[in-house]
Write a protein that binds this ligand. Sequence first.
Ligand code: GCV
Length: 711
Amino acid sequence: MNYKQASFWIITLLCIATSSQADDGYRLWLKYDLIKDAAKRDSYARSAQFIAVSSNGPILKSAAEELQTGLQGLLGKSVPVITNSNGKTGGITLSVTDAPTADGQSLNNEGYQIAKRQNTIVITSKSDAGALYGAFAFLRHLQTLQSIDAISVTSSPKVKYRMLNHWDNVNGTIERGYAGGSLWKWYELPETIDPRYKDYARANASLGINGTVVNNVNASARFMTNEYLQKVAALAKVFRPYGIRVYLSVYWAAPKTVGGLKTADPLDPEVRKWWTDKVKEIYQAIPDFGGLLVKANSEGEPGPQDYNRTHADGANMLAEAMKPYDGVVIWRAFVYKADPKADRFKAAYEEFTPLDGQFNKKVIVQVKNGPIDFQPREPFSPLFGNMLQTPLGMEFQITQEYLGFATHWVYEAPLFKECLDSDTYVKGKGSPSGAATVAKVVDGSLHGYPITAMAGVANTGSDRNWTGHPMAQANWYAFGRLAWDHTLSAEAIANEWVNMTLTHEPQAVKRITDLMLRSRDIYVDYNTPLGLSRPWAGVHFAPEPWQSKSPRPDWTAVYYHRADSAGVGFDRTATGSNALAQYRPEVQRQWSNAETCPLPYLLWFHHVPWTKKVSTGRTLWDELCTRFYTGADSVTWMQQQWAQVKPVVDPEIHADVTGRLANQHKEALWWRDAWVLYLQEYAKQPIPAPFKKPERTLDDVKKLVEIYQMR
Ligand code: GCV
C-alpha cells in the first residue's frame, strides 16, 4: 500500500468512526440504538423471536416493519415476520379483533392492550391503527428499559382527532417556522417523493397523531386547484399506512379566485354548489381526506362576515358539502377586531358564544389555549367554559413563536398541562362533581361532544434535526403524547423522551428532566413575568415593551402592559374591561381580587401600583426585578446542568445545545435589561439589592433591537 492509499484509508476510517458516533438528531426519539445491557437485551430477545401478523393490510405492515426495525436496532437481531404463529410462543403477536380484551378492559377503536400470555407478547386492538400504536408503545417500553416480564399496558386515545397544523406556505416558507423551510416540496410533488415524508409519518404515528393539516391557515387558494390536490394526494398516500389523514386549510374566497364566481357568500347557491363539487373532487383524489380547517375574518383573511353572514353560516355551508364523507370542518375561533376601545381578550367569546348550538354536527370550533395568542403564560380561554353545545378543539402552538424561536430551550408540556388541567367550573353532563377541567371539555367527557380534537401548530422544518433546537423535539413529542392522553404528567413525558432520545444514565436523566421542567418558568421570568404579555412588535422575538406605533392599537406592546406612573398591568376587572366576567363565578372569585389573584396571572387582570406589596412580601417593582434577574441568571444554571451531562450525551447534540444556551443567556440578559430599564422610567424606583443596575442604557438596548428590525 503506498502513501496515498494509506492516507485514503485512514481518512475513510476516521470518517466512519466519527459519523457512527455523531448524532444529527434526524432519528428523533425513534433511535433504536443497541441496548448496552446484555442481560436486558437477552431478556427482551427471549420474547422477540418472531412477529406474527394475521393480515397484510398496509397499516399492519407498517407496524410489523417498525417492530422489525426497532428490534433489529435495540436487540441487534433480525426478527422474522410470520403470518401464522401455529401455536409457537416466544414472539410478538399483533391481534386485531373485536373480541373483548382478556381482562375485560375496554378499548376504543384506536386503543391497544399489550399483555404477556404464555411467553408471547400479544398486542390486541380493534383496528389496524390500534395495532400500530401498540407496536410503537411496545418499542417505547423497550427503549425506556422497562421490564416486559409481566407487561400489561392498556391505553386508548382520549381525543379522536389528534393533529398537527402546519403553517407551511406554497413557496416553501413556514409562517412562524424556525427549523428551516417546509418539509413539503410542492414544486417536486407529486412525481418526486422525499423519503423524509415517511419518517415524518413514522414519528407522528409513534405518538398517536392521526391527522395533519399540511398548509398554512393563512391559506393559498392554490390548494383548491386540481393541480395542487394531486400533490396533496401524493403526501396522503405516504401517510396512509401510518394511520394519518390529510386535512387542508381553506382560503375562504377560493370560489372567486379559483372558481371565477363573483362572490364567496356562504348562502349563495352557486357558492354552495362550488364547494359541494370541490369537496367531491377532493375526495376523489384523497378518499380518506380528513377535513377542512378555516381561519375566517381574522387578521385580514376573508370570511362569511364579508357578506354579513356568521361564522356558523360559513362553517355549516362547508359541513353540508362534507355531508356524504367521513370528514370534519374545523373552524378557528382566533378572531379579534381593530377596535381601539375593545379588549382583544374578549373578542373570541363575544363572537362565538352567541353561536353556541348553531353549528352543524360535523363542525369543531378550534380554540387557542389562551384568549390572546400563545403567550408564554396565559389564563385558559374563557370559551372553554362557555360553549356547552359545540365541540371545542384545543389549539396549542408547538412552534416557539413567543417562546424564543429555536434559540431558547423551553419545554412546553408544563404550559400545555397548565391549560388542560385548569378548572373551568362549568357544569356538564359528564362530571357534575369534580373538576370540570379544560381537558374534560376538550375530550368530550364533560358535555358529551360527539367529535373531539387537539391540534398543535407544528415546529417541524427542513433542518436535519427537524426542529432547529434539538430540545424542541421534546415539544413535538409532548404534544403528541398529551393529545393521546392528557392525564400524563409533564415529568413522565420528559423522562420518557430523555431516555429515548438522549441518555439512559439515571443521574443525567434526572438532571435533564429537572432542567426541562423548570425551563418554561425560567423563560417566563425573564420574558413576561407576573402576567405581562406580548412585549413585541413584528418579529415576535426581540423585546420591545416601548413599542407604541402601529396601524392597530392591539398590535402595539403598550396596549398589553399599560405601564404608567401609577403602575402596570391590564385592568380586566369590573373597573376595567371586565373580561373577567367571561369566566364562571368561581374563576372570577380567584382572579378578581388583586390581593388573592395568583401571581402568574396578576398583571393579566390588574393594574397594580409599583409600590404595592404582592404575596411574596415584596413590592410589585421589586418582585418584577427579582423575576427578571433570577430568570436571566437561571439560564446560567441551565448551562451548568447541561455541562454536567456532557459525558453521557451525544457530542454533536451536546455541542449544539451548549451553543444555543450561550445565546439564550445573552438574550435573556437582553430581555431583562429592556424590561427593567423601560419600566423604571415609569416606576421611578431603584433596582433592588442584590441586583445591579444594567451596564447598558435603554437606548443601547433599543439600538440592539433596531438591528433585528432592519430590512
Ligand atoms: C397563521 C398569530 C401569528 C400569526 C398566525 C396567527 C393565527 O397572530 O403571529 O402568524 O397566523 O396567530 O394563529 O392565525
